[in-house]
Design a protein around this ligand. Structure first.
Ligand code: P6P
Length: 339
């Protein structure tokens, strides 16, 4: 018996559209396009161990990292649906040096640009750890009708119209946020559709999970070390004990902490003070999602969404999660100021 109460991503975005009669439907179309690309990537991720799509593609991306074939495939899928859709004027991608202006008569009429990491955590592909896609949607600042410009992409995260991620895990989920809320959709293989499974996701104000790479502990600032040790000392009467969970795949770590509550940290280190994670297509999207869900995200001193970007691929330290845990982190950082 078909459960007609279960809404697909398409039905949900159209229903959202009906609440705004003056909306053009472009954003709904864009989110459905992203859902289509995610379904195609999911097929390949699920069979990655069976076909010759594993292993290096003998390519190196702009980050100087070995590009896995699945990275290339995922990038092609997301670029393809956005280029051939009617709702995106151009893209920026972790896999591509510079932004791409689609610059055709239809795309130039669109008011949105999209930045994405097509397959984050791809170093985990060969060991079957969950990986993900991360995306951010901005309204272009250049005039509709012509090709997009660099200024359309170098906008602070606070100007995102929507942001989301896909986690290719034990089940495949697409989670996206607009200012109206965060909603999660689980792919139902029996009908090949993303179906609403996590309506109105809220991040608990307190959690008991802290996520950080302990291997870098002695390269973190004193305030970060102090907070980590504060987490380790938590007892029942103080909201603990805490547990340390770190998968090494940002989408998986952040999805868990968003739903259950927790804090994720990728701090700067003595050798890499700027951190590792990318502002435009990793940190900004998750910061937007987390804030809509009631959490917070900073680089240790500034709100992530307020950072004025200077480059498509710039890195930033990231502290993100439950608001109460972020408050405690900031107490530790303030008590150990970096001179
Ligand atoms: P580390 C994966 O390579 C990634 O970009 C994120 O998905 C993940 O959170 C982070 O790097 C893990 O980095 O240095 O702790 O292995």
């Amino acid at each position: 018996m078909m459960n007609r109460n279960v809404r697909t991503l398409d039905e949900f975005t159209i229903q959202q559209l009906r609440q705004f009669p003056h909306a053009t439907g472009e954003l709904s179309n864009l989110l459905r396009d992203i859902g289509l690309a995610a379904k195609r990537v999911n097929v390949e991720v699920n069979k990655a161990g069976l076909v010759d799509i594993l292993g290096d593609a003998d390519l190196v991306n702009v980050q100087g990292e070995d590009v896995k074939k699945l990275d290339v495939y995922a990038n092609q899928q997301f670029e393809g649906v956005l280029r051939h859709g009617i709702s995106c004027a151009g893209i920026g991608s972790e896999e591509i040096d510079d932004y791409i202006a689609f610059d055709d008569s239809v795309s130039n009429q669109s008011k949105y640009v999209v930045m994405f990491d097509p397959l984050d955590g791809s170093g985990n592909i060969d060991v079957n750890v969950s990986i993900g896609t991360i995306f951010a949607v901005y309204r272009r600042v250049s005039p509709v009708g012509g090709p997009v410009t660099r200024a359309d992409f170098l906008q602070p995260g606070v100007r995102q119209v929507a942001a989301g991620y896909v986690v290719y895990g034990s089940s495949t989920m697409l989670v996206y946020a607009t200012r109206r809320g965060v909603n999660g959709f689980t792919l139902d293989p029996s009908i090949g559709e993303f179906t609403l499974s996590h309506p109105d996701i809220r991040c608990p104000g307190q959690g008991r999970i802290y996520s950080v790479n302990h291997g870098n502990f002695f390269r973190y600032a004193p305030g970060v070390q102090a907070y980590i040790q504060r987490c380790q000392r938590k007892e029942k009467e103080d909201g603990g004990p805490y547990t340390q969970r770190y998968i090494g795949s940002m989408v998986s770590d952040l999805h868990r902490n968003l739903v259950k509550g927790g804090i994720f940290m990728y701090p700067g280190t003595t050798d890499k003070p700027g951190g590792k994670l990318r502002l435009m297509y990793e940190c900004n999207p998750f910061a937007f999602i987390m804030e809509v869900a009631g959490g917070r995200a900073t680089d240790g001193s500034r709100r992530i969404l307020d950072i004025e970007p200077t480059g498509l691929h710039q890195r930033t330290p990231l502290f993100i999660g439950s608001s109460g845990m972020m408050d405690e982190l900031e107490e530790c950082l303030a008590a150990h100021p970096i001179d």
